[in-house]
Design a protein around this ligand. Structure first.
Ligand SMILES: [Zn+2]
Length: 289
């Protein structure tokens, strides 16, 4: 019979060793397990410390893993700039309007027409085509006769309302946006044009000048090639361009130049848009200083 004292002492030593080693072995072998799946997901999704990453700080992140280093490039995080071009046709409608509309349709492009009051069945159909084909129609005075339009504040308001009522009656659309004949900083007005700008501003009427032009306003007719060059050169260095063109009988080279102008704008990365009158702030402001 093994003496109880000896047996107990030996057993106690072994038991003591086991008691010391067992928790250590458990810690080494056991992977902590979260109580449910959502906790696991949360521990993956959230960093240990709540950190808001700005674009700049995110760009500086580099993650080193077992297979290599992932570096986030700042350029990949930058939102591409949207370049916007607005084709605007003044002084129409005219016998050229139909051709202009056909070309715009061919390219699937919408434009803006700042129109005057023109009589005759053919012109009535042209106003209606502009609206029905999804282009924006704006006002450009009823007569375009500077001394009448800019004679006084009252004359300016009366002319605007005559222009507006005429287009509304023909198209069913009441235009609001305005382009000053000669531009908002013209020197043909008897009064300082700030008087008329104030009237528009007080009535919440947006007006648009331009920052590029084809150069078809001069008396000497320029070639389509030259007009195209003028338009595209005028876009250099600009993300948003509003291009002035004219819709008048004698401006035939403007019509001839239009396809090359549209193609040139597309090649340069522009999205061609009409002025958006439903959300005016979505169209950039083009004002002469
Ligand atoms: Zn004009």
């Amino acid at each position: 019979m093994v003496p109880m004292k000896k047996f107990t002492a030996k057993k106690m030593r072994i038991l003591g060793i086991i008691l010391v080693l067992f928790p250590m072995l458990c810690r080494l072998m056991t992977v902590p397990v979260s109580s449910n799946e959502s906790e696991v997901l949360a521990s993956i999704a959230l960093p240990k410390e709540s950190t808001v990453l700005t674009e700049a700080s995110a760009a500086d992140i580099s993650v080193t893993g077992t297979t290599g280093t992932l570096v986030l490039d700042q350029e990949l995080l930058e939102v591409p700039v949207i370049k916007r071009a607005y084709l605007t046709f003044d002084d129409g409608p005219s016998p050229n309007t139909d051709q202009i509309l056909d070309i715009l349709n061919l390219y699937g492009v919408k434009a803006t027409f700042f129109v005057n009051n023109k009589e005759g069945e053919e012109n009535i159909l042209r106003y209606q085509r502009i609206v029905n084909e999804g282009h924006t129609i704006g006002l450009h005075s009823s007569t375009h006769i500077y001394r009448q339009v800019y004679q006084s504040e009252q004359a300016f308001v009366a002319d605007y309302l005559t222009n507006q009522a005429y287009i509304a009656q023909i198209t069913g659309v009441t235009p609001v946006i305005y382009r000053f004949p000669g531009g908002s900083n013209n020197s043909v007005s008897k009064l300082d044009t700030s008087v008329f700008i104030n009237i528009l501003n007080q009535n919440g009427i947006p007006y648009y000048d331009w920052n590029a032009y084809v150069g078809d306003a001069v008396k000497n007719i320029r070639s389509a090639k030259q007009l195209t060059e003028n338009a595209l050169n005028g876009c250099n260095g600009k993300n948003d361009v509003m291009i002035l063109l004219h819709d008048l009988t004698e401006k035939k080279t403007t019509v001839e130049a239009l396809p090359a102008i549209i193609e040139g704008l597309i090649e340069r990365g522009y999205v061609i848009l009409p002025i958006d009158t439903s959300v005016p702030s979505s169209t950039p402001t083009f004002h002469f200083k």
